[in-house]
Design a protein around this ligand. Structure first.
Ligand code: ZN
Length: 251
C-alpha cells in the first residue's frame, strides 16, 4: 500500500457511516484526492480538525486499491476564520467548488494549488473583494488552457485596439473580435472592462486592489466571466449566485 505525503487543502466532505468522513482534498503533489478520514466525526479526534473545509495541512495518505485513507496529518493553517463568517465561507466554498469540479484526481497542478492557497490567504487578510474573485476565475481558467485572447481578433487575427464605441467578446471562441467579424451572439463590453480583464491576469496579487474598477465594470466582468466559465465547464456553480446575493446586500 503506497503512502503519499503531501500538503493539502480540504475542499469538502461528507459523512460516511457512524464516525467517518469522506473528504476531497486538493494536494500539492497528487492533485485532487478523495480519502476516508476514520473517526473524523469524533470531536476529540485529531482527524476532525484536519478535514474541516479549507484546512491546510501536511497529510499522510494510504492509497490502496480501494478508497484512499488519511493516515495522519499536521495542520499548517486551520483557517478557522474562513468558516466562521458567512461571506468568507461562501466565497471560499466557491473557489473550492471550482477546483473540485475542474480538476481531475491524480492530476497535480502546482499553479492551481498556489492559486487556491494564495486566494484563501488574501480572503483571511482582506475579506472578500470582488476583484479577487474575478482574478481567481480568470487565472484558474488560464492555467487550465482557456486564457481569453485579448490582443487579436479570435476570428481573423486582426489586432484589436481600444477605440471609440465598445469591444466585442465571443464567449464561444474565447476572446475579442474585430468590428468586421462581430456576430449577434457576441457580447458587447467596454474597453475599460477589457483592459481590466488583461490586468487581472498580469497584476501581482497585492497590486490588484489598486486597480480602478467602477461598479459598471465590476458587473460586466462578473457576468462575462460567469458566462465564459459556464460555457467552458458546462456547469453553473451553485455557490456563485448565493455569493452574488451576499455581496449585493448593503452592509
Ligand atoms: Zn476579425
Amino acid at each position: 500500500m503506497a503512502v503519499i505525503r503531501t500538503e493539502a487543502i480540504a475542499l469538502k466532505g461528507k459523512d460516511l457511516g457512524e464516525a467517518d468522513r469522506l473528504v476531497t482534498f486538493f494536494s500539492r503533489s497528487s492533485g485532487k484526492i478523495r480519502a476516508v478520514a476514520n473517526g473524523a466525526r469524533r470531536t476529540r479526534s485529531n482527524m476532525s480538525a484536519l478535514v474541516q473545509p479549507f484546512t491546510y495541512s501536511h497529510l499522510s495518505i494510504y492509497q490502496g486499491s480501494s478508497l484512499a485513507r488519511v493516515r495522519s496529518g499536521e495542520i499548517i493553517q486551520g483557517n478557522l476564520s474562513l468558516r466562521e463568517d458567512l461571506l468568507l465561507m461562501t466565497a471560499s466554498s466557491y473557489l473550492a467548488e471550482m477546483v473540485d469540479f475542474l480538476m481531475e484526481e491524480d492530476d497535480p497542478n502546482e499553479a492551481v494549488f498556489a492559486l487556491l492557497l494564495n486566494s484563501l490567504a488574501i480572503f483571511k487578510e482582506r475579506g472578500v473583494e470582488r476583484i479577487l474573485l474575478r482574478s481567481f476565475e480568470i487565472r484558474l481558467m488560464s492555467i487550465l488552457g482557456y486564457r481569453p485572447r485579448l490582443e487579436n481578433c479570435v476570428h481573423c487575427g486582426a489586432e484589436t485596439k481600444p477605440g471609440k464605441g465598445s469591444a466585442f467578446f465571443s464567449v464561444a471562441q474565447g476572446g475579442l473580435k474585430c468590428p468586421e467579424c462581430v456576430e449577434e451572439s457576441d457580447r458587447e463590453i467596454s474597453w475599460g472592462t477589457c483592459q481590466v480583464l488583461g490586468r487581472l491576469l498580469g497584476t501581482p496579487w497585492r497590486q490588484l486592489f489598486n486597480l480602478r474598477v467602477d461598479s459598471k465594470m465590476q458587473k460586466e466582468l462578473e457576468s462575462l466571466l460567469a458566462e465564459f466559465i459556464e460555457y467552458r465547464s458546462e456547469r453553473r456553480f451553485k455557490t456563485l449566485s448565493f455569493l452574488q446575493t451576499l455581496l449585493e446586500e448593503p452592509s
